[in-house]
Structures are given as C-alpha cells and as structure tokens.
Design a protein around this ligand. Structure first.
Ligand code: ATP
Ligand code: MG
Length: 401
C-alpha cells in the first residue's frame, strides 16, 4: 500500500507562543525549497502540524530530503482515512498486510484527539487488533517490542494511519530567528559555524575577504563552493566578497608586525559590521574556537571585539577540532575546506603574532593612520553574488541520456 502523505511534527514551536505563524511560514518555505525537485508534492500547513501530499512522488526519496530540514522534530509517512469504522478496518488491514513479513508481531497505538468518535482508544485497540489477527494468518501481538506499530490517530476531519516515525533534524526553521552575517573563510570552521547558526533559525549571508593577487581565483572558487553547500539548506545564499588588498598592505606598512594580525581582524570586523548594517543583519557569526590559534585567545578576542557592539555569535567557541571536523564531514564541506588555498590572513601572517595583544597598544598603533576611507572604499567595492545550490547532479544525470 502506498503512503499518500507525510505527517510532519514541529520542533520547539510549542514554546514559541505568538511566533508560531512565523515559524510555520518559514518551515513551509524550507520544506518547499527542499522538495523543489518533486513537482507534484503539495504542502499543507496548520498550527500544529504539516502534511506533504505526495501525489505519486516517491515517499522514500522525499523522506531523505525531510531529514535535513531544521524545525522538524519527527515525521511519518501516513494515510488519510475517512472517519468510519469500515474504512478504518479496511485501510488498517491493507497497510499492515503490505508491511507484514512471516512471523512478525504488531501492536496498535491509538490516539483520539476528537472524543466524538464512536470507539474510545480501548475500543479501537480491540476492534482493529481483532480484525487484523483474523485476517492475517501468523500475525501475533507484541506490545513491548512489535515489528509493526500501527498508529491510529482520530481527528475531527479524518483518521490518520502510520507505522513509522522518523527523527527530524531538530532546531528552528531558517529565517525564524532573524539575519546575521557569517564571516566565511575557506577553512574548516566557518562553514560549520554557519550551519549551526542556521540550525537555530538564523538566516545567513556570507562575507568573504580576499586579497588579489595574493589570493588566487581558486581561493575564491573554494568559498563559492562552500557557499553552495550552505545554499542547499535554504535555496540560496548571498555572498559578499570584499576586496581587502589595500587594507592589508596598509596594515603591513603602518602596524608593527606582531600586531598586524590583531589589526587585520579588527578591520575585517569593522567592514563586516558595515555590510551588516547595509543589509539589516542583527549579528555577526565567526568560526572561532577558543585557544585554537593566536587570534582566538580571550586576550585577542578582547582586543579585536572592541571595534563593535554588534553581537558576535561563535557557535564553535567551546568545541574541539575533532568535533568540528565531524560536523564538516556530515555537511559535506570538509573536502572542499581541505583543498589547498591561500587565505588572505595566512599570507600576511607574521612568524610570531601576539597571542596576548593589548587593546591600548593596537589602538595606539592604528591611531597614526585614518583607516576609515579605506574601509568605506572596501565596502563600496564589495561584490555581491547570490549563490544557488549545486545542480550538478541533475546536469550529470541528463548527460547520460
Ligand atoms: P576557519 O577554519 O573558519 O578559517 P580558522 O580556525 O582558520 O577558521 P582563523 O583563520 O583565525 O581561524 O579565522 C577565524 C575566523 O575569522 C574564521 O572562522 C572566520 O569566521 C573569520 N575569517 C578568517 N579569514 C576570513 C576571510 N578571509 N574572510 C572572511 N572571514 C574570515
Ligand atoms: Mg582560516
């Protein structure tokens, strides 16, 4: 028996009061984006659940897509049945029969959210259970650990049957928590940071600093490829590419070498903050992890963070590298991040950057030069690209024919 719909249960929405409509709208959008390659599906959303009507699309393939959507707690392939005992009996039998293998056990989990139905939960249990036992030779009951758990949910409008509950990705739908700018390098960490922020509902725009000719087109391509991976989550991703060469050269001329890295980070943060303002973001996200490198000591963060009051989200701050790599592998960015490239920060990095820079010192060094016009110019010349998810798979596919 083919399932005709998938029932989606929401994540933390129940605690979100008035934000419910926004949550449901954003989740509906995420589901539509994830299922764009299934033209026949229809999405129906209500306050407490969502249905994907399959209209002939492959249930297992749709399940695979739903698994990755933030804001879904769990979901179940299901069948909608008219209210009425005969229809319930026949459809239950047909569904269990289509799943049953010799010697398997079952149980029924009834739920009656509409109490006006003719049978109560015990009645459903006995009537349907008895009917299945009568009609499927060899079928046995096992309430503790059944092979088949037939859930029967009686609602006002209909009865829903399902036998499988699949764990969702959890989190909040992308866009339900506002927008932030992700500082995206070509490294392993920042794509993971962006992914985790998206998982908590943040809509992300990426900002990348590059320094031609010291960094190559290949390095830029790498960042575009990483952006493409993140774009899969929400259908597209805006990437701001900031020309950073002038500022880096000025830093090299103006700032003592052991403070150049601190100053570079401060300039990056100032520029990102300007771009954030222009595009109405509320926060900045970085891939920093405490103590990982010289720029990521608390002293460094204290000296760098001074240039802005904007909240800086650091999803990886307490994570170990091995845990970060694990996520990078799961989200398929690790291979891309591992490609060799020149980062604008590594090419000018001094042999021994200060791990404990002082605010007053970096302020003092920066006071001899007015960086403001350079920052303004960099923001003006920032290139903006809207990146769509990779559709290589589809074009490779059509090449075969
Ligand atoms: P990543 O793996 O994300 O590159 P990292 O461990 O190499 O991080 P750093 O190079 O010190 O650490 O960078 C710290 C953070 O600063 C990065 O996670 C990223 O958010 C930001 N960043 C570094 N370089 C760039 C860049 N070229 N463009 C945009 N953001 C950058
Ligand atoms: Mg890096």
């Amino acid at each position: 028996m083919d399932y005709e719909r998938i029932l989606i249960r929401y994540g933390e929405i129940s605690t979100k009061g008035r934000n419910r409509n926004k949550f449901v709208d954003k989740l509906k959008k995420s589901v539509r984006i994830a299922l764009v390659s299934f033209p026949n599906v229809k999405v129906e959303a209500s306050r407490d659940r969502m249905y994907v009507l399959l209209n002939g699309e492959d249930c297992a393939e749709v399940n695979d897509k739903l698994k990755n959507i933030f804001g879904i707690q769990s979901f179940s392939p299901a069948i909608k049945v008219e209210r009425g005992l005969e229809a319930l009996k026949e459809n239950s039998l047909e569904l269990v029969r289509s799943l049953y293998r010799d010697g398997q056990t079952f149980k029924i989990t009834p739920k009656r959210s509409d109490k006006s139905f003719e049978l109560d939960t015990d009645g459903i249990n006995h009537t349907i259970g008895g009917y299945l036992l009568q009609n499927i030779p060899g079928l046995k009951v096992n309430v503790k650990n059944p092979d088949i758990n037939l859930r029967i949910e009686v609602r006002k409008e209909a009865i829903y049957l399902s036998c499988q509950t699949i764990q969702g990705a959890g989190g909040l739908p992308v866009g339900s928590s506002g927008k932030a700018m992700l500082m995206l390098s070509g490294g392993i960490d920042s794509p993971v940071a962006g992914y985790l922020a998206m998982k908590r509902g943040v809509e992300v725009e990426a900002v990348h600093f590059f320094s031609p000719p010291f960094t190559s087109e290949r390095a830029k391509e790498k960042v575009i490829d990483l952006s493409q991976k993140l774009a899969e989550i929400y259908g597209s991703l805006t990437l701001h590419i900031v020309p950073f060469t002038n500022i880096q050269q000025t830093i090299r001329e103006q700032i003592p070498e052991n403070y150049s890295m601190t100053s570079t980070r401060r300039m990056m943060l100032r520029i990102t903050d300007e771009i954030r303002k222009k595009h109405e973001g509320l926060a900045i996200i970085t891939g920093e992890s405490l103590g990982q490198v010289a720029s990521q000591t608390l002293e460094s963060m204290f000296a760098i963070n001074e240039v802005t009051n904007t909240p800086i989200l650091r999803p990886l701050i307490t994570m170990d590298k091995t845990d970060i790599i694990k996520i990078a592998q799961e989200i398929d960015t690790f291979e891309i991040s591992n490609r060799p490239f020149e980062d604008c920060c590594t090419i000018f990095v001094p042999a021994s950057p200060k791990t404990k820079p002082k605010r007053e010192k970096v302020q003092h060094f920066e006071s001899f030069f007015d960086f403001e016009p350079l920052i303004h110019e960099a923001v003006q010349k920032t290139e903006r690209i809207v990146i769509k998810p990779d559709n290589k798979q589809r074009s490779e596919f059509s090449d075969l024919f």
